[in-house]
Unconditional design. Structure first.
Length: 114
């Protein structure tokens, strides 16, 4: 855990969140500022600042994050019509430096994104 990290505090339950999923390695909760009717953040319990900070040894964890997105999409009723996004780095829009996948759905999603 990183003591200054917002999402580590959410994992620890020190900051409240609307959790929709949890297993041994992964937690998912609703985004506080949703950009779509369904907007869930999927994070590892272990602190990793961004995708750039992952290594070969994190492949299984990354797979579990993506697999959790699939399960959450099914649970949320958006299977077959959702987007998974990772913003890596401030220039790409990352504002919280604990790796997370956004699961967005429940409305029509345009492409390319902004
Ligand atoms: P990003 O900009 O890709 O780093 O995404 C960070 C996301 O975290 C944003 O969509 C924020 O709305 C969301 N967020 C920030 N604080 C909280 C919080 N306390 N609970 C839930 N979502 C949050």
């Amino acid at each position: 855990m990183s003591e200054e990290c917002l999402f580590c505090k959410i994992v620890a339950g020190e900051i409240p969140s609307d959790r929709v999923w949890e297993d041994d390695d992964v937690v998912a909760f609703r985004d506080i500022s949703p950009q779509a009717p369904v907007h869930v953040l999927v994070i590892p319990k272990r602190h990793l600042a961004s995708l750039d900070e992952t290594a070969e040894g994190d492949a299984q964890l990354l797979g579990r994050l993506l697999g959790s997105c699939r399960s959450i999409a099914e649970q949320e009723g958006i299977a077959g019509a959702y987007r998974v996004v990772n913003n890596c780095g401030a220039a790409a829009g990352q504002s919280v430096f604990h790796i997370h996948l956004h699961v967005l759905g429940g409305r029509s999603l345009g492409w390319p994104p902004g």
